[in-house]
Ligand binder design. Structure first.
Ligand SMILES: [Fe+2]
Length: 130
């Protein structure tokens, strides 16, 4: 369902590899949503969210370092967007997640997929055009 596509490529190998990994995390959330054999998904949701938080932080740091290395002029806009994404991720609260687990996974997925795809297409691809 969620995977890296040709149209998302920025042409910068490290960034593309890291975006691919984020799509893999999204895919694992999607698989979890559709897993009917698991009565309690709480621990799995928590693991995925933690992985997503850790990995996006690493990715943003790498991407920002790359932008800095080429003196990218839109870096400030990028940094603000990255920061907002991290803040939003911190807002997912594990207590409310327990009440309706599938709805929580769906929320995370929708947010992640919408943000990621739009951000890559609107912003990250421009870095590769510099
Ligand atoms: Fe970015």
């Amino acid at each position: 369902m969620y995977e890296m596509k040709q149209e998302y490529l920025t042409g910068i190998e490290l960034i593309d590899e890291e975006h691919k990994k984020i799509f893999e995390i999204a895919e694992s959330a999607y698989q979890l949503l559709h897993n009917e054999l698991l009565p309690d998904k709480y621990d799995h949701i928590s693991l995925i969210l933690n992985e997503l938080r850790d990995y996006t932080k690493k990715h943003f740091a790498d991407e920002e370092a790359y932008m800095e290395s080429i003196n990218y002029k839109r870096m400030f806009t990028q940094k603000i967007q990255h920061q907002k994404f991290i803040e939003k991720l911190e807002e997912f609260d594990m207590d409310s997640i327990d009440e309706n687990q599938d709805a929580a996974i769906l929320d995370i997925l929708n947010f992640l997929a919408d943000w990621l795809i739009e951000h890559i297409l609107e912003n990250d691809k421009r870095i590769g055009e510099e």
